[in-house]
Design a protein around this ligand. Structure first.
Ligand code: ADP
Length: 236
């Protein structure tokens, strides 16, 4: 099982937001994608999730092309995502926010609620179940967003800036959840984050984007030792 980008380029007019990007993610693996502002991270997320058709190259999920497929179709094939802002249904409580996904998949309301509660419990968030989604503390909203994505029982989960705005202690809690998603659910996680320390400590493999190109990839030591990475971040 794998998610692969092969030589993906995205051009906006004459400007290449992504230039020949190749990366892969296997089941149960945590892969990080980092890069300075404007590097192309969001464009990469949009290609993977079907919001942006690449100008060239292919994106595949288990060897089936997903380039240009609709977001719902990609989701149905086992790739879930979270959004930077929670995007929860504010008129519903937390349990129902998760349960609607189950109902949308064709499960009964009762089964969907049971699965929702099971997932919240698994994440140590059962106490949130009956709270209104509107007005949840930021970190709880993030956790609920992840739990909702997991309702799809995905093979791959794309986390878009999950630690944004979190304290170090909150980010460490999040890190535990991400590890468990990979280990216990055997889900492949693509982690796109500004918090480079978090990405390096969690990921089996990290890709560094700069100006639309992968300028470095490897484990923590390879990234920390890379002159190209230092130059990209420090502009040296
Ligand atoms: P990051 O998420 O790493 O900050 P983005 O993927 O948002 O980077 O952007 C990469 C580059 O592509 C930026 O220079 C941005 O201005 C440009 N860009 C992104 N989307 C569009 C678009 N729809 N039209 C034109 N340029 C875009």
């Amino acid at each position: 099982m794998s998610l692969e980008l092969k030589s993906i380029s995205v051009a906006f007019g004459g400007f290449k937001a992504l230039n020949d990007v190749t990366l892969s993610l296997r089941k149960a693996e945590i892969v990080g994608l980092i890069g300075p502002n404007g590097a192309g991270k969001t464009t990469c997320v949009n290609v993977i999730t079907g919001f942006q058709e690449p100008s060239s190259g292919t994106a595949t999920l288990d060897d089936v092309s997903i380039s240009g497929k609709a977001p719902f179709d990609i989701r149905r094939r086992g790739l879930a995502r979270t959004f930077q802002a929670g995007r929860l249904f504010t008129g519903l409580d937390v349990l129902d926010n998760l349960a609607v996904t189950g109902v949308g998949l064709g499960h009964s309301r009762k089964a969907s609620e049971e699965e929702a509660l099971r997932l919240l419990t698994w994440m140590g968030a059962a106490h949130l179940a009956e709270l209104p989604a509107a007005g949840l503390p930021y970190t709880d909203e993030r956790r609920v967003g992840i739990a909702r994505a997991l309702m799809l029982a995905p093979d791959f989960l794309l986390l878009d800036e999950p630690a944004a705005g979190m304290s170090e202690a909150e980010a460490e809690d999040l890190a535990q959840i991400i590890r468990r998603i990979a280990e216990e659910l055997q889900c492949g996680v693509l982690l796109i984050e500004h918090n480079v320390g978090l990405v390096l400590s969690l990921s089996n493999h990290v890709y560094v984007l700069d100006a639309g190109m992968i300028i470095e990839e490897g484990d923590k030591d390879a990234i920390l030792g890379s002159r190209a990475v230092r130059e990209a971040y420090l502009g040296a």
